[in-house]
Design a protein around this ligand. Structure first.
Ligand code: GMT
Length: 378
């Protein structure tokens, strides 16, 4: 099959899922064309069946903001016309699904069939999509797609509750490459960041408000009062300056390392004792799953789809999103009990094995097949 994958290129779950899925499909013989505003972070182009098309923006003084939706639509029309694409897979509804549908309309008038599959990832539904200005646009995109998937049961329920949807949404959970994400030799740099007796706590995100990195730091400060520990913060984003300031105010800056965006997260995770993800809302929590695959238990909020990934009392602990004391207590219980920690590490890896790339990929292939049938393209 010839597929175009539209995604956000930056460090972030939806771009990672889209990239890993596209690369997995190419390995299975499909031809995959990535369409994005810049090259997706994890995209390895050294494969004859993988192509990348950058969306080029027209800047004109009349525009306050250059219209990305139109530039993306135009690029999709061009790629479909010239590469013989049968199906566009839009990751994140806004504005990717709308652009794909617009491209489908344009191409239909030329007699070129195109199927559109939309995958809902999270804030395209739970935050941004619910904005009254966007809601009708997202509902329309979902209703007119030839197939719609959501990355967790929670996200599916949320979508059906808040949008005017008249079609089924299939849950296809996120996945990962279990060969890459496993307990590895931790990177020496990461090891050197902590003292011999310090526990290593890790958080990875794009440092947006919804991730509550400030709470990660406050929880860590409570733990550090009782247990020697350091906190490794991986990623970058708008909240980072505020978080750096908070570390200084709490007097813990010497034990908190801001590592910025990192490629080999599996090596950093392999040095970890506990992964923290107290998000306000989280439709799935791919970073938590990656930690678990590396044998690191997770302390998370129970919001959104996190309970579908992290099993309370088995692979980690779940608390209410604002329960800072509860989270710190749970963390200390685990960090102070080697036997329990070992049990949780093994259970975390076992749970992650349920999200094996090789098991999830066929579900997308089947969703594509059905979408092509619905669109009359196959
Ligand atoms: O929705 C977002 O915040 C963006 C998106 C991203 O690109 O990071 O994250 C969402 O998609 C990921 C992949 O499906 C999920 O693992 C994240 O839980 C989800 N983020 C939120 O729901 C906040």
């Amino acid at each position: 099959m010839k597929i175009a994958v539209v995604c956000y290129p930056t460090y972030g779950g939806s771009g990672v899922v889209a990239t890993e899925l596209g690369m997995g499909l190419a390995q299975k013989g499909h031809e995959v064309h990535f369409v994005s505003s810049s090259q997706p972070a994890r995209l390895d182009l050294l494969n004859e069946r993988i192509h990348y098309h950058e969306v080029t923006m027209l800047h004109y003084p009349v525009f306050d903001h250059s219209p990305y939706l139109l530039a993306l639509t135009g690029k999709l029309v061009d790629v479909v016309r010239h590469e013989g694409i049968e199906l566009v897979h839009a990751h994140y509804a806004i504005p990717h699904a709308t652009a794909a549908l617009l491209a489908r309309d344009i191409l239909r008038r030329e007699g070129i069939p195109l199927a559109v599959v939309t995958t809902l990832h999270g804030t395209d539904v739970t935050l941004v999509g619910k904005d009254p200005g966007y809601e009708p646009v997202v509902s329309h995109a979902i209703n007119l797609s030839d197939g719609v998937t959501a990355v967790s049961e929670s996200l599916r329920t949320d979508t059906l509750a808040h949008f005017h949807i008249d079609k089924p949404i299939q849950v296809i959970p996120n996945f990962l490459d279990l060969d890459r994400f496993r307990q590895r030799n931790p990177c020496r740099f990461t090891m050197a960041l902590a003292g011999d007796n310090q526990k290593r706590l890790i958080h990875i995100s794009n440092f947006r408000k919804v991730k509550r990195v400030d709470l990660v730091i406050r929880i860590f400060a409570l733990i550090r009062e009782q247990i020697p520990a350091c906190l490794l913060l991986v990623g970058d984003g708008p909240e980072r300056p505020r978080c750096e300031q908070l570390c200084r105010e709490l007097g813990i800056a010497m034990d908190v390392r801001f590592l910025g965006k990192q490629e080999a997260v599996e090596e950093i995770l392999s040095a970890g004792d506990l992964f923290l993800l107290p998000s306000e809302t989280e439709s799935f929590g791919l970073a938590a799953l990656e930690a678990m695959a590396c044998g690191v238990p997770v302390l998370s909020s129970r919001s959104g789809g996190l309970p579908e990934v992290n099993v309370d009392g088995v692979t980690g602990f779940l608390t209410d999103a604002d329960d800072m004391q509860g989270m710190a207590q749970a963390a200390m219980r685990l960090l102070g009990d080697d036997e329990l920690m070992q049990q949780f590490r093994l259970a975390a890896r076992r749970q992650a094995e349920r999200f094996d790339l090789h098991q999830i990929l066929p579900l997308y292939e089947e969703a594509y097949r059905l979408a092509l049938q619905r669109s009359g393209g196959s």
